[in-house]
Design a protein around this ligand. Structure first.
Ligand code: 13P
Length: 255
């Protein structure tokens, strides 16, 4: 029996208005309000977090953000701090998503600072790692992902490390409809776990590793069947509450 409690997290990316977020939360609660076998998380844009707090704070559905700054307050125009996220009932935050690494030029060093500060603030970081198609074709996928994991978790004591969630998201599978084969997902997640074991020993068995990239209700079951895949980070398929609820229900059925 795994020591890990699976997680399915939706990443809405830059989508939805206040009204849409409210309607979504109500619909999701109707379907998933009793699901305890999996932690369900909705990672929404900053503008929607307060509304989601109103709808979901008392429920078992968790609220997450998609980014955060690494300082708690001060003269940092446009940034959002960990304590601001706690204030709107966020318990998760996505860190180092490939879209931020690409478009916002986020570096491994910034990602590492954010992971550390999220943990200090009592928020669970969902650390995203993943290779490009070119890196995979050149046979460098494992080396790239191993390096991202090691650089992001540098200097973390193992007691802190076990609260980190890792999301393996191959960039070529994001939003493309090209899901990694469940064997490729398993192989990379197993490599990540052995990297974690090298850093933190047995604690690696307690760390949740998610797969992300074109996950849908129709392919979640075979991903969940892999021993080192502990859940999913879902983009497009999380935008519709009916599809997302079905995806979570199919994941529960596959446990
Ligand atoms: P898609 O599920 O749309 O491929 O997006 C994956 C992702 O980037 C989640 O963070």
């Amino acid at each position: 029996m795994s020591k890990r409690h699976p997680i399915i997290a939706g990443n809405w990316k830059m989508h939805k208005t206040l009204r849409e977020a409210q309607d979504y939360a109500i619909k999701l609660l109707e379907r998933l309000g009793d699901v305890t076998q999996i932690d369900v998380v909705i990672c929404a844009p900053f503008t929607l977090l307060s509304t989601l707090k109103d709808e979901l704070e008392e429920s078992i559905i968790h609220i997450g953000a998609q980014n955060m700054f690494y300082v708690d307050n001060g003269a940092y125009t446009g940034e959002i701090s960990p304590s601001m996220l706690v204030d709107v009932a966020c318990t998760y935050v996505i860190i180092g998503h490939s879209e931020r690494r690409e478009h916002l030029k986020e570096t491994d060093e910034e990602v590492a600072k954010k992971v550390k500060v999220a943990l200090k603030g009592g928020i669970t970081p969902i650390l995203c790692v993943g290779e490009t198609l070119e890196q995979r074709e050149e046979g460098r996928a494992f080396a790239v992902v191993r390096s991202q994991v090691e650089k992001a978790l540098v200097d973390l004591p193992s007691e802190e490390l076990k609260r980190v969630v890792i999301a393996y998201e191959p960039i070529w599978a994001i939003g493309t409809g090209k899901v990694a084969s469940s064997q490729d997902a398993q192989d990379m997640c197993a490599m990540i776990r052995s990297t974690l074991a090298g850093i933190a020993g047995v604690v690696a068995e307690e760390i949740n590793i998610l797969y992300g990239g074109s996950v849908k209700s129709s392919n979640i079951a075979e991903l969940m069947a892999q021993p080192d895949v502990d859940g999913a980070l879902v983009g497009g398929a999380s935008l519709d509450p009916v599809e997302f609820a079905q995806l979570v229900e199919n994941a529960v059925a596959a446990l």
